[in-house]
Design a protein around this ligand. Structure first.
Ligand code: AHR
Length: 331
């Protein structure tokens, strides 16, 4: 006959075993519930034309992990047809939500209709589609207010012009990818503010496709054509601005002094050039959209109604500001 102590020991051991088994069961149940909640999002990115874009891709990848979202990402390599193919593959895969950056505004209606027929909600991320596209074909837009960014650039110029000499001031504008929403709206916002002021003379406008190499090429041509008539450069993104600065320095023009430079994005390199005096104003456009996108994606997958348009608050950094406390930009 086993003694009383032995019985107690065995009893305690058995209870412990039971407790461990129960705990394991609960964990497995919890994990499978989490798996069931984890949504699959298809994301079509346009490429890697700028530091901004690379930062945007990184942010989307990191935010997907932070938000417990499975991400299926395709890089369209700057081609709309590749993006459309990626969207069709997401539909075939029956993802829970699609998000994509429309490289240009037009040409999306058919594929958006296909997503709608498949019952997959679509989020426009960073760029907009044309106003002619039926807004019922997408659930939300998350990205900048590009028109406001253009206005911010124009507002800085009005202030800067007060201290500039010369009866008239010649402006050249480097625009982004033709027919893309940031290029269209940054132009509109800027001109909304400066047009009608007789002191500003628009000399020319060229598309540098948001690329550093094209920014340099365009600026070389503009300098050749207009020489010292150029007083101001308004560049739709930092990458093109870097190229334009290279073109200026190659012919002895001092950027930020001989030509006032207004750039858009707010990459670390641009802020450093602003501190050096080579850029006069940087209008912020944040690429950190991932958390907003995945929060909306999860709400859409849960059948909730979401806001149609969400634009993060953005800053303007100028030569008049004290930037000593500005934290690293992260892109
Ligand atoms: O759509 C946002 C724009 O695209 C950024 O200003 C630019 O740098 C990027 O390539």
């Amino acid at each position: 006959m086993p003694g009383r102590t032995a019985v107690l020991k065995w009893g305690a051991l058995l209870s412990l075993l039971l407790f461990i088994l129960l705990l394991g069961g609960c964990r497995r149940q919890e994990e499978s519930q989490n798996d069931a909640e984890e949504i699959l999002v298809g994301f079509a990115q346009i490429g890697s034309e700028s530091g901004w874009r690379i930062g945007n891709t990184r942010d989307m990848e990191e935010a997907a992990v932070r938000n417990g979202v499975r991400l299926m990402m395709e890089d369209a390599n700057q081609k709309q047809e590749n993006e459309i193919r990626a969207l069709r593959s997401f539909i075939a895969y029956n993802v829970d939500v699609i998000t994509f950056v429309p490289i240009v505004e037009d040409g999306w209606t058919n594929v958006l209709q296909e997503a709608k027929q498949a019952g997959i909600p679509v989020i426009l991320s960073d760029r907009l589609v044309s106003e002619d596209v039926d807004p019922d074909l997408y659930s939300a837009y998350i990205g900048a207010d590009f028109t406001q960014e253009g206005r911010n650039a124009g507002t800085f110029l009005l202030k800067k012009a007060e201290e500039m000499e010369g009866e008239t001031l010649g402006i050249v504008e480097l625009t982004g990818t033709k027919d893309s929403s940031p290029a269209i709206q940054r132009e509109i916002g800027f001109h909304e503010v400066i047009d009608g002021n007789a002191r500003f003379v628009m000399l020319d406008q060229m598309s540098g496709d948001f690329l550093r190499s094209k920014g340099r090429e365009c600026m070389e041509q503009l300098i050749e054509r207009y020489g010292d008539q150029i007083d101001i450069l308004y560049s739709h993104n930092d990458a093109m601005t870097y190229g334009a600065i290279e073109a200026m320095e190659a012919v002895g023009i001092v950027p930020g002094r001989d030509i006032v430079i207004i750039s858009v994005d707010g990459e670390q390199e641009a802020i450093d050039l602003l501190r050096e005096g080579k850029i006069n104003c940087v209008v912020e456009c944040t690429p950190m959209l991932g958390d907003l996108v995945f929060d909306i994606a999860k709400r859409l997958a849960a059948g909730e109604t979401v806001p149609k348009m969400t634009s993060p608050k953005e800053a303007v950094f100028t030569e008049y500001d004290d930037l000593s406390d500005l934290p690293p930009r992260g892109y």
